[in-house]
Design a protein around this ligand. Sequence first.
Ligand code: GRF
Length: 216
Amino acid sequence: MKRLAVFVSGGGSNFRAIHQAMLAGEIEGVVGLVVSDKADCPAAAYARDHLIQVYHYPAPDQSPVRLLKVLNSSAIDFLILAGYLKMVPVEVVRAYPRKILNIHPALLPDFGGKGFYGRRVHEAVLASGAKVSGVSVHFVDEQYDHGATVVQVTVPVEPDDTPETLAARVLEQEHRLYPQVVAALCRGAIDWEADGTPHMEPPLALPNLYKPEDHS
Ligand code: GRF
C-alpha cells in the first residue's frame, strides 16, 4: 500500500472521490495525511471525520523543513494536490521528484499558471470562445501548472455555458479521471520516456482522451 498526502484548500470533492475509490479497493493506497492551508475547510473536516490527520500548512509556526519532516514521519510516498491553492515549497518539490500530482480544470498549457484557479479558469475559457475545455492531470514542478502532463480529457463548451455550468461539467470528469491516475501511480503504472514525458501503461480507455494533434 502506498501512502498518500492529499493537499487541499476547499471543498475537497476530488479528495473525496479519491478516498471513496480507495475504500472501494480501486487504489492500492491509503491517505496518511491531509495538508491544508485552511484548517477548517470542508476537505479538512472530511479528513477529520475519517480519522485522517490534518496538517495545517502554510501556518505561522511552520516551515518547509517542518513540512518535510511531517511527510517523512508519515512515510508518505506520493503527494496528491486536490484543489490546494498554495505553492508547494521548492524543498518539498525537490524531495519528491515525479511523485507529486496535480489536477487542473482546463486543458494545460492554456488557462493555467498563477491566478488561474476556481471560477477564473472557466471565465477565461468562455471569454476565449474555445469550443472545448477539459481536465489535465500533471506532475508538479517548481512553477504553477507547469510540470509534465500525464493525461487530459475533454469536455464540450456549450453556447449557453456560464462559468458555473462549465465548472460542473469539468468537475464531473475530474472525479472520474483523478482516482484512475492516482491508482496508476500507486501501482507503478506510469512510465517515463527518456525525454521526460510520462504516460500511463496501459493508457486509460476513455472516449474523451485529449490528443493535442486532434485540435491543432
Ligand atoms: C478542482 O477544479 C481542481 O481541478 C482544482 O481545484 C478544484 C478543487 O475542487 N485544482 P475540489 O476541492 O476538489 O472540490
